[in-house]
Design a protein around this ligand. Structure first.
Ligand code: NAD
Length: 476
C-alpha cells in the first residue's frame, strides 16, 4: 500500500517539530528485535505518546481506516502462526478454534465507521460533538485470548485515534510481543507511524503500576479476572473493565432439544472452554433432561458417574476456607491452573475413563450448588442440573452467574420464559436458541469484541468506547 499522509502548509511546521523531537526515540539496533516491544515500560509509553502525536497531527480519519485495514490483513495472513504461538506458550485451548478467533477479531472488530459526530445547527450557529481520542491507552490482556485481545483492542483504539501500551499476561508475553510487532509492521507498511501499539518485554505488576500512574495515560482498559478489575478501578483513573463470567444456560420443555444439545456442546468446548462467554453450566427441565443428555452424547460429549465426578473435582479444584468480616467460614474452590484449557481426553485419561480421541466435552450431573456450577473452570467440563420449572431454573441460573452481568443463554420457544430470563439475569450478552459465540457476532448479526465490559458497563466494546466527547461551538 502506498504512503498517503495528508498534510497542509500549517501542519508542515508542526511535522518538522514533532519529527525532530522524535529522533530521541530512535531505536537502537540491539534494544529489541520486535517493533513496539521495549525492555523498559517507560520507553514503551513515551514512544507510544510520540506515535499518537503524529497520528493526531498528520493523519486523517481515512488514513486511520487504512492503518486498521492493514492490521486486519496482517492478522488474517498470520492467523495460523499466531494460533500456534499461543498454543506453544500457554498450552491452553484448541488450534483450529484459535484460528477462528483471529478471523473474528480481524474481520468483525469495528473501525472508524464506529465513530459518529453529533451536530445541532440553527439560528444561533453550529454545535458539534466529536468523538476524540484519549491519547495513549494502557491496556491489560488475558492469557486466554492473548493476541486476539491485542488485535481487537488495537483496531478499536487506533481507529479512534489513540495509541496503546499493552501489559500482557506474563504467561503469554511472547505471543503478545509477536502480535505487537506484526501490528507495527502492518501500520508502517501502510504509511503509518511506528509504535502506535507498544508493549513491555517482561510485563509485571510493577510495569502495570507504571502504566497506571503515568500522567499521560488517561484511560485504562483491562480484560481478565476479578483481581485485575479491582486493581484498575482502584487506580483513580477512568477504566474500562472486562471481567470474569460464569455463563448459565437454561433449556426448557419447549426447546428444540437437538439444536440445544449441539449448540451447547459446540459453545462449551470451543477453545476448550477458555472464552469468558463459553457455556459453563446447564439448568434443564427434568422432563427433557434425558433427551438433552442423549443428544449431547451424539455431539462428542461423554457423561461420567458420581464417583468419577468426585475424582474430577479433586483433580481440578482445591478447597480453601476463608473467614469473612463476621468471622463466618466461607468455603471457596480455587482452580488448578494446570488444567485450564486442556483437552477433554486428558482429564478422562487422568481419572481412568475410557473415551474416544474425538471427545470434546465432559458432562457431569450435579446439584445446583456444586463447585462445578459455582466456579469458572475454563475447562471442557459442563455441569448439568435438573430443575422442575422456569422459577427454579432462573433462581439457580442467577445464583450461578453471581451478579457478574456477563453472559447467559436460553433454549425455549416460550416467549414468557425467554423474556423473563432476559430481564431477571440482566447480563451484557443474552443469546436465545444459539451458542455463546452468537453473542459476539459469530454466526449471528452484530460486531465482535474480545473485551466485554460488564463491570463498567460499556458492554461489547468498540472504537467509540475509546473516545472522549468534545463539544465545539460556533455562534452566529
Ligand atoms: P487473569 O486475571 O489472571 O489475568 C488477566 C490480566 O490481568 C493479565 O495480564 C494479568 O497479568 C493481570 N492481572 C492478574 N491479576 C491482577 C491483579 N490482581 N492486578 C492487576 N493485574 C492483574 O486472567 P486470565 O487467566 O489471563 O484470563 C481469564 C480471565 O479473564 C477469566 O476470568 C475470564 O472470564 C476473563 N476474561 C474476560 C473477558 C471479557 O471480555 N469480559 C475476556 C477474556 C477473559
Amino acid at each position: 500500500m502506498s504512503k498517503k499522509i495528508l498534510s497542509t502548509p500549517q501542519t508542515d511546521d508542526l511535522k518538522e517539530r514533532v519529527n525532530s523531537e522524535g529522533t530521541k526515540f530512535k531505536r537502537s539496533s540491539n534494544e529489541n528485535s520486535y517493533l513496539g516491544v521495549f525492555e523498559k515500560v517507560e520507553n514503551a509509553i513515551e514512544r507510544a505518546m510520540y506515535a499518537q502525536k503524529q497520528l493526531s497531527l498528520f493523519y486523517t480519519k481515512e488514513d486511520r481506516e487504512r492503518l486498521v485495514s492493514s492490521i486486519r490483513e496482517a492478522t488474517l495472513e498470520n492467523k495460523e502462526t499466531l494460533s500456534k504461538l499461543i498454543l506453544e506458550e500457554t498450552q491452553m485451548g484448541r488450534y483450529e478454534d484459535k484460528v477462528l478467533k483471529h478471523e473474528l477479531a480481524a474481520k468483525y472488530t469495528p473501525g472508524t465507521e464506529d465513530l459518529t459526530t453529533t451536530a445541532w445547527s440553527g439560528d444561533e450557529g453550529l454545535t458539534v460533538v466529536e468523538m476524540s481520542p484519549y491519547g495513549v491507552i494502557g491496556a491489560v490482556t488475558p492469557s486466554t485470548n492473548p493476541t486476539e485481545t491485542v488485535i481487537c483492542n488495537s483496531i478499536g483504539m487506533i481507529a479512534a485515534g489513540n495509541a496503546v501500551v499493552f501489559n500482557g499476561h506474563p504467561g503469554a508475553k511472547k505471543c503478545v510481543a509477536f502480535a505487537v510487532d506484526m501490528i507495527n509492521r502492518a501500520i508502517i507498511a501502510s504509511g503509518g507511524p511506528e509504535n502506535l501499539a507498544t508493549t513491555v518485554k517482561n510485563p509485571t505488576m510493577e510495569s502495570l503500576n507504571t502504566i497506571m500512574k503515568h500522567p499521560s495515560i488517561k484511560l485504562l482498559c483491562g480484560t481478565g479476572g476479578p483481581g485485575l478489575i479491582k486493581t484498575l478501578l482502584n487506580s483513580g483513573k477512568k477504566a474500562i473493565g472486562a471481567g470474569a463470567g460464569n455463563p448459565p444456560v437454561i433449556v426448557d420443555d419447549t426447546a428444540d432439544i437437538e439444536n440445544a444439545a449441539k449448540n451447547i456442546i459446540e459453545g462449551c468446548s470451543f477453545d476448550n472452554n477458555l472464552p469468558c462467554i463459553a457455556e459453563k453450566e446447564v439448568f434443564v427441565f427434568e422432563s427433557v433432561a434425558n433427551d438433552l443428555i442423549y443428544h449431547m452424547l451424539q455431539n462428542d460429549a461423554v457423561i461420567i458417574n458420581k464417583n468419577q465426578v468426585s475424582s474430577l473435582v479433586n483433580l481440578v479444584l482445591q478447597k480453601t476456607e476463608q473467614k469473612n468480616s463476621n468471622n463466618d467460614i466461607n468455603q471457596e474452590y480455587l482452580i488448578n491452573k494446570k488444567w485450564v484449557g486442556k483437552d477433554a481426553k486428558l482429564f478422562l485419561d487422568e481419572i481412568d475413563v475410557e473415551a474416544p480421541e474425538t471427545v470434546k466435552c465432559i458432562l457431569c450431573e450435579v446439584d445446583a450448588n456444586h463447585p462445578f456450577v459455582m466456579t469458572e473452570l475454563m475447562m471442557p467440563i459442563l455441569a448439568i442440573v435438573r430443575v422442575n420449572d422456569i422459577d427454579e431454573a432462573i433462581k439457580y441460573a442467577k445464583i450461578a452467574e453471581q451478579g457478574k452481568k456477563h453472559s447467559a443463554y436460553i433454549y425455549s420457544r416460550n416467549i414468557d420464559n425467554l423474556n423473563r430470563f432476559e430481564k431477571e439475569i440482566d447480563t451484557t450478552i443474552f443469546v436465545k436458541n444459539s451458542k455463546s459465540f452468537a453473542g459476539v457476532g459469530f454466526g449471528a448479526e452484530g460486531f465482535t469484541t474480545f473485551t466485554i465490559a460488564g463491570p463498567t458497563g460499556e458492554g461489547i466494546t468498540s472504537a467509540k468506547n475509546f473516545t472522549r466527547q468534545r463539544r465545539c461551538v460556533l455562534v452566529n
